[in-house]
Write a protein that binds this ligand. Sequence first.
Ligand SMILES: C[S@@+](CC[C@H](N)C(=O)[O-])C[C@H]1O[C@@H](n2cnc3c(N)ncnc32)[C@H](O)[C@@H]1O
Length: 359
Amino acid sequence: MKVMIWGTGKYCDMLMMEALWKDGIEITGFCESKRRGGENYKKEYRGTLLNVYSLEDLNDSLYDVIFLAHSYYEDVDTLAEQYKIEKDKIIIPYTTGKEKSKLEVINRVVNYIGNAEEVVSLLSLEPHMGDIMLPSGHDILDYSLLYDRELVKEEGYYFLKGDYARVRTLELCIKEIRRKNLQGAVAEVGVFDGSFAQVLAHYFPEKELYLYDTFEGFPECDSKNEIENRSVSVTLDKILKNVNLEKVKKRIGNYGKCHYRVGYFPGTVEKSDKEEKYCLVSLDADLYAPMYAGLEFFYPRLEEGGYIFVHEYNGNFLLEGEVLSFSGVKKALNDFESNYGHVCYVPISDRNGSLIITK
Ligand SMILES: C[S@@+](CC[C@H](N)C(=O)[O-])C[C@H]1O[C@@H](n2cnc3c(N)ncnc32)[C@H](O)[C@@H]1O
């Protein structure tokens, strides 16, 4: 399906960041009612420069649907009539801020396209990870950031699906990486079911993406050590076993140039991985040994201006009534600093207490 994006400004950038386009969707270009950049104006979409058309230049061969990516909703009908664009080909994929529920948005969209399932399947705006709670009086600084994420008022709390802080911080770091045009590959140690790797792959389809995991849960030797050192509770051997590499591959799909390194990290590091520099790394293996090995391997290979996300640094959560924390992660970074010197980092307030290292 050919998709044209109407708008090239802030909303457009949001849409580019937010939407996980499914396979079979081809973004054919951008359009504007008034083309600001002149006839040869082009806009980058995931590493490729695409034409920015004016509405009057559009013809049926260029699109099957047009996604609205600006906020001048009131003018859409008039412009569609003026430029003979079929209104039912125009999709407004996010809230205008006035709707009370996602259903209302979908209903409005359905009025345009006439098929709710198609609309919903085009977009996967569902957040990727768990839920977070915001107090209802919370000043959501930039509501526009939340767009189509489900905000349901529940017992005095807005229930916001997704680890908003983690994903949004990642998005902002990615913007910086793009702004600085950083080279280098992307990697994750500790992939589990691929929910975070999927986001990495989505944002960096042009980069090599190295994914390290046993894909069968924590290695016994490390989890035994960890339990003996009391840096985690015994729950370890019960969790994260239920994972299937084929399903992970399917979930990540054809985004990104993925290299699956299956088995015990760092034993699975290949020669080509050693020759890379990295602009973004997610270290999410929870235990001391792989986290220390991850720092040792990736920190020297981190591009200046790049980021290493260290998950669980301040993590602490309840699992089946037990407090589960991964103090081995903090120890890994402390030991790394003792052995190799000072590292620059910022802890963030996402659900599992990530910390972000930069150079
Ligand atoms: C918390 S999960 C990763 C979650 C994932 N990053 C996400 O955000 O959805 C931790 C993973 O680390 C993996 N892991 C831990 N130690 C490892 C090692 N030494 N080698 C390979 N994988 C390891 C486990 O198999 C598990 O899947």
